[in-house]
Design a binder for this molecule. Structure first.
Ligand code: MN
Length: 460
């Protein structure tokens, strides 16, 4: 296929160029005015942008939370990702306490065989692990790990474990990602709220203040500095956390941070209103002034990537909660947290370009190039250079798309952006040279996705 007449945007800048996709599913040629060959399909991309497929470095396509589970699976979630312009996901596997990491991985591997787009895995440790366990994951191509500083009852590890894992991981060339919130302090605030009879949705936000995200982010940065290891902060949501990242960057710590569209567009007013339970995610969406700081962080390069933390639940499951109560959850701690987003990330960040907050090249860097580099997929992913996988999005900057749940491909019955029409959407999406979405419709199939073992050394 020859994609002709568009504006190519990738690591090499923004310029008019044609893109030739080879029969091997890789980029064969990029340049001005390429001549179509006999039998070659030509896609006219005049007036369109031609970009590398999006890389979403934070998804939950298989996750059980108490009595409920996420409403998308690998087949449905990755189909929706493709429609929205994302062709690679990195999914979080959780090794629960007492469970061998490779046993957890085999469960996720089986689920992921249905994926429609390419995928890799991060491994979450919820207790101390041996260096051998880290090395086994890395041999398998899982080169990034996650540690929680919150959820003391189930997921959190203490600072000593963080130091140990930072050390063993960096010795093997891997990267630690952290959920940075002060779990024990949050638990104390939750107990106070419940004792006082404050059980409503808004308490989810009040008991997880930005201050405690900032504190944990600063602590994570200090532990990485202590060990001399790189660190990556997932789903950064607030100004204090951003300030902690900046302070660490200024003193030379190799710290990178991800934010998510929900923190760029939603705020506590959504939690306080009708149906507020459908806006519960962790960290919580913040007061609106934080959003301005996050946009500035993206523009100035203090924030490195935009991922989704895609974690959708049916409204019914929100209501019955993690305890599965037919009469409905009793307090805010029982509401499963997470939002749908795998399909809408590219257009929501593109909206920042339309609003003049970001350059188009920033959009491609944040959504494709930087996550590919950071997580050992570069230059196979996140790039349109010759030899890269032909994961190509032909982006129509003027195409409108309703963000109502019924108009999206994600398997969810509510949308955080309901009532909004987004401008900018893919007209064609290729995965390894095959057309996986066209004219807003999914044209691929479960099983098209390939497992991506990842490199140890992440590129700068
Ligand atoms: Mn997550």
């Amino acid at each position: 296929m020859l994609i002709a007449g568009g504006i190519v945007i990738d690591v090499d800048g923004e310029r008019p160029a044609d893109v030739r996709v080879g029969a091997d599913g890789r980029i064969a040629e990029v340049g001005p005015a390429l001549t179509a060959r006999d039998g070659e399909v030509v896609h006219d991309a005049t007036g369109r942008l031609v970009i590398p497929g999006g890389v979403d470095a934070h998804t939950h396509l298989h996750l059980q939370v108490g009595a409920v589970q996420v409403s998308d699976d690998f087949a449905t979630g990755t189909a929706a990702a493709a429609v929205g312009g994302t062709t690679t996901v990195i999914e979080y596997v959780t090794a629960h306490r007492g469970q061998a990491p490779l046993d957890a991985l085999s469960i996720w591997r089986a689920k992921a065989e249905a994926a429609c787009i390419d995928y890799g895995f991060h491994m979450t440790f919820t207790e101390a692990v041996t260096e051998r366990a880290v090395a086994e994951c890395i041999e398998y191509g899982i080169t990034s790990f996650k540690l929680y500083m919150a959820y003391p009852d189930s997921l959190q590890v203490d600072d000593g474990v963080i130091v140990d894992v930072l050390r063993s991981t960096s010795r093997h060339g891997g990267l630690v990602t952290v959920h940075a919130e002060n779990g024990p302090a949050i638990s104390a605030l939750q107990r106070e709220a419940l004792l006082a009879g404050r059980t409503g949705v808004i308490e989810h936000s009040r008991t997880r203040p930005a201050l405690l995200e900032g504190e944990a982010t600063a602590r994570a940065a200090a532990l990485a500095e202590l060990v001399g290891a790189p660190i990556y902060i997932v789903h950064l949501s607030s100004a204090p956390a951003l300030a902690a990242v900046r302070a660490a960057q200024e003193r030379g710590v190799d710290i990178r941070a991800e934010t998510c569209p929900e923190y760029l567009y939603l705020d506590t007013a959504d939690l306080g209103g009708e149906g507020g339970e459908n806006f519960v995610c962790t960290p919580p969406i913040r007061d609106s002034w934080h959003r301005e700081e996050l946009w500035e962080g993206l523009e100035r390069g203090w924030l490195h990537t935009v991922a989704t933390d895609h974690c959708p639940f049916w409204m019914h499951d929100r209501r019955i909660g993690t305890r599965g109560r037919p009469e409905g959850w009793r307090d805010f701690t029982e509401i499963p947290g997470g939002l749908p987003g795998i399909e809408t990330r590219m257009t929501l960040v593109w909206s920042g370009v339309r609003a003049g907050r970001l350059a188009a090249t920033d959009w491609v860097r944040l959504c494709a190039e930087a996550p590919a580099r950071t997580f050992g997929l570069w230059p196979r992913k996140g790039s349109l250079r010759v030899g890269a996988d032909a994961d190509v999005v032909v982006w129509d900057p003027e195409r409108t798309q309703s963000l109502d749940a019924e108009d999206l491909t994600m398997r969810t019955d509510h949308s955080p952006y309901a009532g909004h029409e987004s401008v900018g959407w893919p007209e064609l999406v290729l995965l390894g040279g095959r057309v996986i979405a066209s004219d807003g419709r999914f044209t691929g199939a479960p099983g098209w996705g390939r497992y991506l073992p990842r490199d140890q050394v992440f590129a700068d």
